[in-house]
Write a protein that binds this ligand. Structure first.
Ligand code: G3I
Length: 597
């Protein structure tokens, strides 16, 4: 998602930011643009509404930016009779997420377990058509009610049997599949559920969720084959949930998990780790120090692999405190599976995950370094404003440009630096996952430049970019890279369809990538007056030559912004025309226009 920040318009603030020590998992994950979630209990099944427990609620909201009902949105609690729904628990979760500015996940629209008696009884006698109507009604009701509140659903949970093999999808028996099913064969019932969910909320991300798919093998291959088929048939599926219920066995092997993540990512799907816990042998609920250390290393290892997999966008634990965990009731002699103990104190897994968040190298890809005006990749030019996407470690909220003690645009924004051949670049803004910088003029004359991204001293790998003398592009008024250009009247009003430029009038076009300035320009300097670009510059509007009165640095803005004052060709009839600059023989991007009257 591109941020549309014309941030270089922001008043250049001479401010400095103190780096706050990251003390919560939420703060650390926010700096990684990663959703970190926990399952939560809100009084479903008639149990405790834990959200009213201050310690529970405070720990949940301070350490997590996402939550999901452990049970509240399953058929049993939410659809207790054929003619009634009980939204109490689910509504409590939605309200809590809203109040605490947390994302809300939905679990689960369709499962072979936790189905109410009325449904399992109905399934014994109902026709598939009746079951289909029941399922569609349930999906329409739930997804419709939480439309705009739940951003992602586990649409189908655990449909593939544990004995599944790679050459086919052996589906588990369930009321929805074949007992009696909804009148469809094979995975068609799964496809139908996704389509109904998408109709009910086209904006929600829809996931298939399962366990024991964290390593290569028959079940994962069956799931992969199934989701590959869904994707191929255009079924609205957006991701796969890996439950990640682990022990101290070392499963899953890191290489195998990476392989499985890559296979899912290759389908264009997201990965959510949905139910992570690491159960330990306990005596009276207490685990050994040695096993707590193994648990911490396991949480850290999975966080590492998720951070290093761009498609892995969420990591959720199945509860967060050992006080409320499904494990002891389902695995005799095991417990202590979660990051916080029964007194809500962080176990070794918490500092281990914090350390991982704060030390794993941010990713940097050459194709994610683009012109800040056109968002097109390729060679970079001295002074070019560029935007770097995907460097997944940075400020959780956007920080605008600042002047340093020498009056230059600072090349260190709250710990963010972008280095070109080791030279720190002036920064226009910084946000985890999207940073804008000015290519230092020092790269002029080189064939290539080595770019590194750094946050809080943690550096990405270096990527090599070709260097060109110019890489021109015109800023779009809405910062999308195309459409009406960022073109102003001499009085600095933005030209638009509502405020077209008269033919014959002078307009100001703002661009970047024009390369060097006669007499030199200082990287990060604020242009004090007019200057002259080294490269020759011409302009056309609607294909007609447009006379240029000035082409050079934009007074008052950072060196690297190109200002071109040109005259709209006389005789142009009212309309919208393409605007093109040619700078040192290179053209600006197609798709930038100007309204003329
Ligand atoms: O506490 C009530 C009790 O008051 C009531 O009388 C009784 C009636 O059945 O229900 C009790 O609630 C239990 C509930 O957990 C709260 O602890 C339910 O019986 C029990 O079925 C339920 O188990 C849940 C299980 O899924 C089945 O729905 C676990 O909490 C939950 O952690 C577990 O989660 C699943 C995921 O949804 C899917 N992946 C596997 C994961 C672990 O099994």
């Amino acid at each position: 998602m591109r941020l549309r920040y014309l941030v270089f318009w922001l008043p250049i603030l001479a401010t400095s930011f103190l780096l706050s020590a990251q003390t919560t998992l939420r703060q650390a994950a926010d700096q990684r643009r990663l959703l970190i979630g926990s399952a939560a209990q809100a009084g479903e099944y008639g149990g405790l509404n834990l959200l009213t427990d201050t310690q529970y609620a405070t720990t949940l909201a301070s350490h997590f930016n996402m939550l999901e009902g452990e049970n509240a949105m399953k058929w049993g609690p939410i659809h207790p009779s054929a003619t009634s729904y009980n939204f109490t628990g689910a509504d409590r979760l939605a309200a809590f997420a809203r109040e605490q500015k947390m994302k809300l996940r939905g679990h689960t629209l369709l499962w072979h377990q936790s189905n109410p008696t009325w449904l399992t009884d109905q399934a014994k006698t109902a026709t598939p058509q009746a079951m289909a109507a029941t399922l569609k009604g349930h999906i329409d009701t739930l997804v419709g009610r939480y439309k705009g509140q739940i951003f992602a659903w586990d649409v189908v949970n655990e449909a593939v049997s544990d004995s599944a093999t790679a050459n086919g999808t052996l589906l588990r028996d369930s009321p929805w599949n074949n007992q009696p099913g909804i009148g469809l064969t094979g995975t068609a019932y799964i496809e139908q559920a996704f389509r109904w969910a998408h109709e009910a909320d086209p904006d929600a991300l829809l996931f298939y969720n399962d366990y024991n798919i964290e390593a290569p093998g028959g079940k994962f291959s069956a799931v992969l084959n199934m989701v590959r088929g869904l994707v191929a048939r255009g079924v609205p599926i957006h991701g796969v949930g890996f439950q990640m219920h682990l022990t101290t066995s070392g499963y899953p092997n890191s290489a195998g998990l990476r392989e499985n993540f890559q296979a899912i990512a290759a389908l264009g799907l997201q990965i959510h780790i949905t139910e992570m816990d690491v159960r330990l042998p306990v005596t009276n609920g207490v685990a050994t120090e040695a096993n707590l250390a193994i648990q911490a290393a396991t949480y850290s290892r999975i966080v590492t692999i998720c951070l290093q997999t761009p498609a892995c966008t969420a990591l959720q634990t199945w509860g967060f405190t050992d006080k409320y965990s499904w494990v002891p009731g389902f695995f005799t002699g095991f417990g202590a599976a979660l990051p916080f103990d029964a007194s809500y104190q962080p176990k070794p897994a918490v500092p281990a995950m914090l350390n991982t968040f704060q030390t794993i190298a941010p990713t940097l890809a050459a194709n994610a370094i683009v012109n800040a005006a056109s968002f097109k990749g390729g060679a970079v030019a001295p002074g070019e404003l560029v935007t770097i996407f995907g460097a997944n470690y940075g400020p959780a909220t956007i920080v605008g440009a600042a002047l340093d003690a020498n009056g230059l645009v600072s090349s260190n924004l709250v710990g963010t630096r972008v280095l070109f051949d080791g030279v720190p670049a002036p920064l226009i803004y910084s946000l985890a996952g999207q940073v804008s910088a000015v290519v230092p003029y020092e790269v002029a004359g080189r064939q290539q430049t080595s770019v590194q991204y750094e946050f809080n001293g943690v550096q990405s790998a270096a990527v090599s970019m070709n260097v060109a003398s110019t890489a021109p592009a015109i800023f779009a008024a809405d910062s999308t890279g195309s459409g009406p250009g960022l073109i102003l009247t001499p009085g600095y009003l933005v030209i638009s369809d509502a405020n077209p430029a008269p033919a014959g009038s002078v307009v100001i076009v703002l661009a970047t990538g024009a390369g060097g300035v006669v007499g030199g320009a200082r990287s990060g300097g604020i242009a004090q007056g007019i200057g002259q670009q080294t490269a020759a510059i011409t302009a056309t509007i609607g294909g007609w030559d447009a006379d240029i009165a000035y082409a050079g640095p934009a007074p008052g803005l950072v060196n690297g912004v190109l200002q071109v004052n040109l005259t709209v060709p006389k005789g142009l009839i009212p309309g919208v025309y393409p605007v093109v600059l040619t700078v040192g023989g290179a053209r600006t991007q197609d798709g930038i226009s100007i309204a003329v009257r």
